[in-house]
Write a protein that binds this ligand. Structure first.
Ligand code: SAH
Length: 394
């Protein structure tokens, strides 16, 4: 198979020599021919030496690297990448735990597959393309996945209507590429939940908080818990299993509250300890009293782009300040940021400022991040996005 060739400007191959998987449009000197959005292209240095092969896209990131070797991007390529990703999840025990059938199988750059996300929920894999190239190759990827995980996966649902660049005119349609089961109950560490892969956010569930929820379980005994930004109620049902006195789940979306109630009932039917409220976070935090001694703040990404950083940090500061103001003495705060552009230091400074405003004595108990099935490619530090602090508030 012959691919279109992209030639870099002199010196622009340096980051590729260190295996960084993105090529910015400004680094390109010329392109032979006119590759289409999402087409596979070969990349050459100004000295005409092959350096990488990847998906072409019109935009700031012009090529997302699939391989640093000259090879064909075909069914066997996808099969081998998926097999490695799956093997890693087996090696670390996450895909072989009998109480857990929910995990991320492919985490984009973290699995050397930039632009591709695959989450596994029991017998269904939900596949999401964040680049034109992964969309163009979706059928081959789906075929590869069905072969590699023939025993495990019966359904493959493709969900990219909201994740692809609008300008690329790709018109993705969500739907099953394989199978079509309506059974959507999955399990995380023995707790059951419904996954709404049809309408839910992301791939239907926030798989990335699994280990942090599990940690919360161990701090929940006899505590009064507020799970703010609860979405499908993940932290809430862990808190209940951990022996919380009461658990209140809050989210501004009525749909999220409905999902939370359904998931809590699935695990703890008619348990009077739980109540859920559809309300804005800031309003709820303003009107609530001082009854909570365990608070979770897991807001949506406040900054999606660099220029929104200042406002985002202000948002984290205001939100955390309210929690510090209200949390009971001896309380524990789990606070998160999932904005990629907000660094660990940015986030910590925002929380530090909020703590100082409240005048409370605050200790850091844990510094949290994303779990091992959301690995960070060491050559692509941008892949680290989830940050959390567990704080003891005197
Ligand atoms: N903690 C969740 C994930 C949170 S996602 C989990 O473990 O699965 C962020 C959630 O914040 C979304 O469900 C969204 O509906 C909610 N949200 C966004 N803005 C909000 C606001 N101003 N007040 C309350 N909830 C909000």
């Amino acid at each position: 198979m012959s691919y279109h060739k992209v030639f870099l400007k002199s010196g622009k191959e340096e980051s590729l020599k260190r295996f960084h998987p993105w090529i910015f449009s400004g680094a390109i000197a010329r392109i032979n021919g006119e590759p289409e959005e999402g087409e596979v292209v070969e990349v050459y240095t100004s000295k005409k030496e092959f350096i990488a092969i990847g998906h072409f896209q019109i935009g700031s990131i012009a090529v997302r690297v699939l391989s640093f070797q000259q090879e064909s991007i075909d069914l066997s390529f996808w099969k081998s990448r998926l097999a490695v990703a799956w093997q890693m999840r087996k090696d670390i025990g996450i895909a072989t735990n009998p109480t857990n059938n929910t995990y991320r199988l492919v985490h984009g750059e973290g699995d050397n597959l930039p632009g591709l996300i695959i989450d596994v929920y029991a017998k269904t894999a939900v596949m999401q393309a964040h680049s034109a190239g992964m969309h163009v190759d979706r059928m081959t990827i789906s075929e590869a996945l069905a072969e590699v995980m023939a025993e495990e996966i019966e359904n493959i649902y493709y969900k990219s209507e909201t994740t692809l660049p609008y300008k690329a005119d790709l018109f993705p349609e969500n739907g099953f590429l394989k199978g079509g089961s309506a059974d959507n109950i999955a399990q995380e560490y023995g707790l059951k939940f419904h996954v709404d892969w049809l309408k839910g956010q992301k791939t239907g569930f926030f798989v990335d908080q699994r280990e942090n929820r599990s940690l919360l379980e161990h701090y929940s005994k006899n505590r009064s818990v507020l799970n703010m930004f609860c979405y499908t109620g993940g932290f809430s049902f862990y808190a209940m299993r951990g022996g919380a006195k009461l658990v209140h789940s809050v989210d501004s979306s009525a749909k999220a509250i409905e999902l939370t109630n359904r998931n809590v009932s699935l695990n703890f039917p008619d348990d009077p300890r739980h109540a859920a409220y559809a309300e804005d976070a800031f309003k709820y935090l303003d009107r609530m009293g001082g009854e909570y001694d365990l608070i979770v703040l897991d807001p949506p990404a406040f900054a999606k782009h660099k220029d929104a950083l200042r406002n985002a940090l202000q948002g984290y500061r205001k939100l955390n300040a309210k929690a510090f103001e209200k949390i009971k003495p001896g309380g524990i705060l789990f606070t998160f940021s999932c904005s990629q552009v907000v660094t660990k230091d940015n986030f910590r400074t925002a929380v530090f400022t909020a703590a100082a405003l409240s005048g409370r004595k605050v200790r850091i108990l844990h510094q949290l991040t994303q779990p091992a099935d959301h690995p960070v490619n060491i050559y692509h530090p941008e892949g680290e996005y989830l940050k959390g602090l567990v704080l003891y508030v005197e």
